[in-house]
Unconditional design. Structure first.
Length: 336
């Protein structure tokens, strides 16, 4: 970045003289004042752009205990929420309920455990009851189950098994139908691939640039067409994997974005925040001049100009941190 900045600065500084070795100032060879910018005090943020893919979060397979011919399957892209049908087998719906444990057994009166509590929580959320949500399958739980089964067109047995319910962490979006209508569903075999309904941007970040991605940090995502949306780094992989561009090791980075538009699996550009410097002086990068192995800026004072050596620091947002000049000083930049 520094080399490029210097090349640009030399190109615009050709007519000016630099500070003499003894510290004397020389007049610029100009008949008119150059274009100027101000030395500003503020925060400087170095943002680097990387490639990413806009997609949906939390991809996983759906398995059910149902066994038989698939009589109904959703379309790809369908959103399925609590209490709605994931797939139909032998004319009976397999219902999505929210939870973080598998439905692995048949639940009936006398059963206890986390899966019972999840069932009760879902029945209550769907308006069935009254019952105590305590992880104990009682007569009240069975009555709520019967009412739910009646509404779903299922036999009113008062018991619930893996052929009727799938627990998942939340609403899902169907990504792929693995068991289409007319195919077969088998216990333990995936029938759907789903994702969450939230959008994320996935980045394969070169491992040597991992410092750019810190969980909770802000990011900017540029969508196809140029629209920009704000995002937050949600997850950074802990293990580097091979397979990035040029075979470089990469880490998986996921960025949560507030976007509900039409793009899916779309290439995007992601601005990640690198170094941040607070309350520093800075000038536009193009204001830099090459001065005797270092850098300088052309200070403009009325009709006179002089080159002042500066020390440089961080770069960011088209500006560079400098010391050796004061805030508010006018410096020369390329015209136009």
């Amino acid at each position: 970045m520094v080399a490029g900045a210097v090349a640009g600065a030399v190109a615009v500084g050709g007519a000016v003289a630099v500070r003499a070795a003894g510290g004397e100032e020389a007049r610029a060879g100009r008949t008119a004042a150059p274009a100027t910018a101000l030395v500003e005090r503020g925060d400087l943020v170095d943002t680097e752009t990387v490639d990413g893919t806009l997609t949906y979060a939390d991809v996983s397979d759906v398995r059910t205990g149902a066994n038989g011919v698939v009589t109904w399957a959703p379309r790809e892209g369908t959103r399925v929420g609590r209490g709605e049908t994931l797939i139909g087998v032998e004319g009976r719906p397999v219902t999505l309920m929210y939870g973080d444990a598998p439905m692995y057994r048949t639940l009936g009166q006398g059963a206890e455990g986390k899966d019972v509590r999840l069932l009760e929580e879902n029945l209550e959320a769907l308006g069935y009851g009254p019952m105590t949500v305590d992880g104990e399958f009682t007569a009240a739980t069975a009555a709520a189950v019967c009412a739910w089964q009646d509404d779903r067109g299922l036999p009113e047995t008062g018991t619930v098994g893996a052929a009727q319910v799938v627990f998942h962490g939340g609403a899902v979006r169907v990504r792929e139908v693995k068991a289409p209508e007319g195919g077969r569903a088998s216990p333990g075999q995936p029938v759907l691939t789903v994702s969450g309904t939230g959008r994320v941007v996935h980045v394969d970040l070169d491992a040597d640039r991992q410092d750019l991605a810190e969980e909770g940090a802000a990011a900017t995502v540029e969508l196809p067409g140029g629209t920009r949306v704000e995002g937050t780094v949600a997850e950074v992989g802990a293990v580097a994997e091979s397979g990035g561009k040029d075979g470089n090791a990469t880490v998986d980075v996921e960025i949560a974005v507030d976007y509900d538009g039409r793009f899916d699996e779309a290439p995007v550009s992601v601005g990640l925040v690198g170094e941040r410097r607070e309350d520093v002086l800075s000038v536009p990068v193009e204001a830099l001049l090459a001065v005797r192995g270092g850098f300088g800026v052309e200070v403009v004072e009325g009709a006179r100009t002089r080159v002042v050596p500066v020390e440089t620091g961080a770069f960011g947002g088209g500006r560079v941190e400098v010391s050796g000049v004061r805030a508010g000083t006018k410096v020369g930049v390329p015209a136009g």
